[in-house]
Design a protein around this ligand. Sequence first.
Ligand SMILES: Cc1cc2nc3c(=O)[nH]c(=O)nc-3n(C[C@H](O)[C@H](O)[C@H](O)COP(=O)(O)O)c2cc1C
Length: 504
Amino acid sequence: MNPLTIALNYHDRTKHRPSRYAASLGYMDWATQPDPFRTYEGAPRLELSITLEHPTPPGDRLFSNELPVAPLHVKALSQLLQFSLGIAQYKAYGDNRWALRMNASSGNLHPTEAYLLLGPIEGLSEAGMIAHYHPQSHALEVLQELSAPTLAKGSFVVVLCSVLWREAWKYGERAWRYAQLDAGHAAQALHVSASMLGWHTKLLPLHTAKLETLLGLDTPERFAPLEHEHADMALLISPKPFERSVDWERFAATPHPYRANTLSPQHHRWEIFEPLEAAMQGTVPPFSLPSNPLSSPKNASEIIRKRRSAQMMDPRTSHISLAQLHALLRSTAAPEAKVHLMLFIHRVEELPKGLYAYVRDAEALGDLRANLDADFLWQPQGEGLYLLREGEYRGVAKAISCTQDIAADGAFSLGMLCAMHRMEEDALYYRSLYFECGAIGQQLYLEATAQGLSATGIGCFLDDEMHALLGLRSERYGILYHFTIGRAIVDMRLLDMAPYPRCE
Ligand SMILES: Cc1cc2nc3c(=O)[nH]c(=O)nc-3n(C[C@H](O)[C@H](O)[C@H](O)COP(=O)(O)O)c2cc1C
């Protein structure tokens, strides 16, 4: 079977349907819950400081060209990681304590791991290295020396990888989708954090199998069975926009000797993943990371740290203004967007309740109109927002979001409609579309937090019910992620604790 057929079969098979959700164990096997922290046994660990060396900008100055550019020093690197993939806080309830991170993750399972390909860095090392980031201790685990002669001074690469097992443990066959979305969240978290330092991020067009060889991920003996990792993407981070291409062939590293910790005592094998993972190896087509300021002058580091998923929305206080809605949508804008937002507006002052579309690429408007319900109004509401149909969609939004109240009780919820037809050009768009959705999700979380609102990603939704509601007339488009925004009811029983013992 070719990669496109494998991806489309997987997609169809893992749709949630009203009569049957995608296959999973159907219960939580707590005895095999995976360790959320990977560590390489015996690898030298370099603890990173958590002092803020470089001033972090206000949210409304993010991505400004006038921000001071931090020199690449170990403290700046530490800051980058802390505000992207680090621990934001611990929560505790009774005897249970769990970490929450700057980047959101489905089920808080955090399949995404980060590896850094570094040249010499002041305060860290005179030699280049490949290091694994360990968020729990905010440390780098040094895996091997690296000669990377072609990297421009001050630039380095972050490779994001996924341990699919962490998601599969809870979500079964649908887990692969969530791992891709989570990687998109992590990429945007890095992009925003890099911007705080005046740095730039660029997706590198590199073959995932090559990345895996370089990082030693293709050595099965290093991992417990079924706990292997796959590379998702490589991001080049540099003080200046990077123009030259990276001569990948010149990266050289000798295989490292370290074994990864075992995450679970036992595993369930989901056979569907093996052909899918093989088919999804390759050079992932590019996707855009939103590079927009947030609407608040509050410090960006505070906004990032405060971001939390709402577990309940308060319908009595979840009203927002049209200007707030526009600011939320605007924050997701990006060039060459392949994902559009289909909104269930419940409580936005000045807008009638109903179904709306936010078209992120004006050029796609004609194609969207031709492929969605022919009776939609497409009445412009400014800045790419269109009213499709007036009406009460709270019940529908909740039903489509696996009966989750959060989809109905906020100001609005939405589904991300993706240009699935791009997969005919290259089956790996199946990954890049998820990455784009995840990046939009992370950005929406931050803009919602900037406005004093809350948000929650929604991976659990009934795929074809949403497609039917949109009157989709072909498979050119498909929904890959849902999301909700409103005002949260905070669970006051949970205790907040500092992320790191050495935190000031
Ligand atoms: C891809 C994705 C899918 C998610 N799906 C759901 C969902 O269906 N329902 C829900 O209540 N939360 C969902 N969440 C929210 C996560 O449970 C939440 O991010 C996680 O518990 C970590 O909490 P935090 O976001 O406060 O760090 C999702 C998050 C992501 C990133």
